[in-house]
Structure formats: C-alpha cells, structure tokens
Design a protein. Structure first.
Length: 350
C-alpha cells in the first residue's frame, strides 16, 4: 500500500470517514503533506488524529546527502526512502526561478548505452508521494526569496528512471503537485522526458495534464538508435516521431528532442541533415547536450564548439536548436552518476 504522501484529497476524505473524523480534515492534511510535514507537525489537527495518522505508512523521503556546485549553485541531493533506497534529485537556479529535476524510479531498465542510471537495472518504481516528497524536501532546505512564493517553480522528470515505465504513479504525481490546494505548480511549468515508450506516450497524450514533452532521441535513424537505445528495437523512430507529433498537435505545445552528441556516432553534418529531414513538420526544438562521459561506458562526447557547429547545421536545415547549458558539472550532475558513486562508496566501506 502506498503511503499518506501519495493520497489525493478524495482519498484522504475516504480515510477521514474510516477514521471517524470530519470531512474538512482531509484538506488540512493535504495542505500539510504538500509542505512536507509529518503527522506530529500538523498542529491544527486534534492530538488523536495526529496519533492515528502517525500509525499509518507515511511514504516520504529525507535528505541523505547534498552537494552544492561551486560553479553555479546547483544542488545535487541524495534522498533516502523509507525502505533505505537512495535516489537523486537536482535543484537548478535560473533567472525565472528554480527547476527541480526528480527521479521516477530507483534505477532504470531501459538499458541506454550512455546512461549511468541503468547500469544496475531497475530496483523499483517510485510512488507519487515519494516524488512529491523530493520537492517538499528541497523547499524546506532552500528558503524562497521575497520575490516569489515558493522555491521550486519548475519541475523536470529527468532524473533516474523512465517516467512512462511508471505510468500510474507519475500521472498521479502530476495531479498531486498541480493541485491548487497543494503545491499548485502548473503543468505548464513541468516537463516529462521519455526514451520512447510509444503506447504509454499515446495514452499520456489523452489522459494526463498537458506538460512539456521531451523525447530523448539521440540519433537520426533507426540504425544508430538501435545501437545506443534498446527501446528503439521495440518502437522504431517513425512510430515515436508520429506519437511526438500527435502530442504537439493535441496539446499545442512544442516538443523538445534531447540529443546527446556522441563522438563518431551521431554528430556529423550528415547526421544533422538526416535529423532535420526526420523532424520536418513537427512543432519542435532540439536540445543538444555534449555527452557526459560515464566511466563505465566507452562513448565520448564532443567539444562545445562541435556542438555549436551542429546547431548551425540544424538551423541551416530549418530546425530550431540550442546547446543545453551545463549545470553542476563539478558535482556529478548527470543522470545516475552520484547515486552510483555513493552506492559504490558504501560498498567499498564495508
Ligand atoms: N528515461 C527518460 C528520463 C531520463 S532524462 C529519458 O530517457 O528521457 C535524462 C536525460 O539525460 C535523457 O535525455 C538521457 O538520454 C540523457 N542522458 C543520460 N545519460 C547521459 C549522458 N551520459 N550524457 C548526456 N545525456 C545523458
């Protein structure tokens, strides 16, 4: 059973009925949960209700460790879950506010050749309330300035895990985090990133709040994509691009294609040309990332200059593109890297 932190107001209302409590308590509890409070801190509830809630599973996270980048103030968190699992999150500061990058699974089972999150497979899915708890932890850790109401203004589901492989909990999280009675973070300020689970993406287009969609493409054709992203053998690029196009058309929102530039794999002028021709007719933008070298993987990134050249090629072929600003490069900012290092450290300590 999932914990208190995963409950919507409707579910809390049912819980209050079961506990013999008045209905209005549901909203109070929800408001507290959205602030990351534990039952004993919910001071406007009766003592007996606090005690009843304390006896239930909470389902939260706590900060286990954190690192602050000396370069740009990015904070990388390691969160500990109630079962002892450790996952990452990153808080990045921009002129418009702070973006929190959260994980959706402990590990990942997608097997992308360049990614550290997947090296040991997927341990388990995260619950909606655990994801909510990461945001609440960061909000408590970093007080917001006077110029805004909250610390975390934007969210990206781009940490460890494949969000659409944990469909139900991710959609539930999106509803909880955008609830006006709770954190009230608008879907407009939330991005979800997928490696391309096409059936789930089609379902998401119909059912879920309209967030910004990022698609991790990383290749201009099936031949290259098959080599670095196993998911492409199940859902080839044409299906993925059609689903992305449908999302853009249905939601009226531009789709972002993530493209990590890998030396001698996907970064030539011919690759740019082929990519541009595949993206024709899709309302999109390409976000280029020089590959972060992962120790265990034998793939090399390109220089910033090469990445800028790739932008010019794409623009020349009529596709809008930018090179992503690198954040927290001194604190193992990339996917799965810090968790892995910590787990290895913990193992070496034994
Ligand atoms: N599973 C989802 C969410 C992860 S988002 C997805 O695949 O989209 C994390 C992003 O970082 C993805 O675009 C992923 O492909 C990319 N990434 C993973 N390892 C990387 C690396 N070593 N260098 C650059 N980008 C990487």
């Amino acid at each position: 059973m999932s914990g208190l932190t995963s409950m919507s107001i409707a579910e809390l209302t049912e819980l209050m009925a079961e506990l013999g409590e008045p209905k209005f308590r549901a909203r109070q509890v929800f408001e507290w949960l959205s602030k990351g409070a534990r039952p004993e801190e919910m001071t406007n509830l009766s003592k007996s209700l606090r005690e009843k809630l304390s006896g239930l599973k909470f389902g939260g996270a706590e900060i286990y460790d954190k690192r602050i980048s000396q370069k740009d103030g990015t904070i990388k968190y390691l969160f500990r879950l109630e079962d002892g699992n450790i996952v990452e999150g990153v808080l990045m500061s921009y002129h418009y506010g702070n973006t929190m990058c959260i994980s959706t699974q402990v590990g990942c089972r997608m097997g992308c050749a360049f990614c550290a999150s997947t090296l040991e497979g997927c341990v388990r899915n995260l619950e909606a309330g655990e994801m909510l708890s990461f945001i609440a932890c960061a909000e408590k850790d970093v007080p917001h300035g006077e110029d805004r109401k909250r610390t975390v203004t934007n969210i990206v589901l781009m940490g460890s895990g494949e969000p659409l492989d944990n469909y139900e909990e991710v959609v539930k999280f999106l509803r909880l985090v955008s609830a006006p009675e709770g954190m009230n973070i608008s879907p407009r300020n939330i991005s979800i990133s997928t490696c391309g689970l096409v059936p789930e993406l089609l379902r998401f287009t119909k059912e879920a709040p309209h967030v910004t969609l990022s698609v991790s493409l990383h290749a201009p054709n099936d031949e290259t994509r098959n080599k670095i992203m196993p998911i492409n053998r199940r859902y080839p690029m044409v299906e993925l691009l059609n689903a992305a196009k449908l999302y853009a058309n249905e939601t009226g929102r531009r789709v972002i294609f993530e493209y990590a530039l890998i030396k001698d794999v996907n970064s030539s002028r011919q690759d740019a040309k082929e990519l541009a021709s595949r993206l024709k007719g899709i309302n999109c933008h390409v976000n280029l990332i020089p590959l972060n070298h992962v120790k265990e993987r034998n793939l090399m990134g390109v220089t910033r200059k090469d990445a800028e050249q790739f932008v010019l090629w794409l623009e020349g072929y009529g596709v809008s593109a930018t090179v992503r600003r690198e954040m927290g490069s001194d604190i193992e900012g990339a996917c799965g890297q810090l968790r892995r290092k910590t787990l290895q450290g913990a193992m070496e300590d034994k």
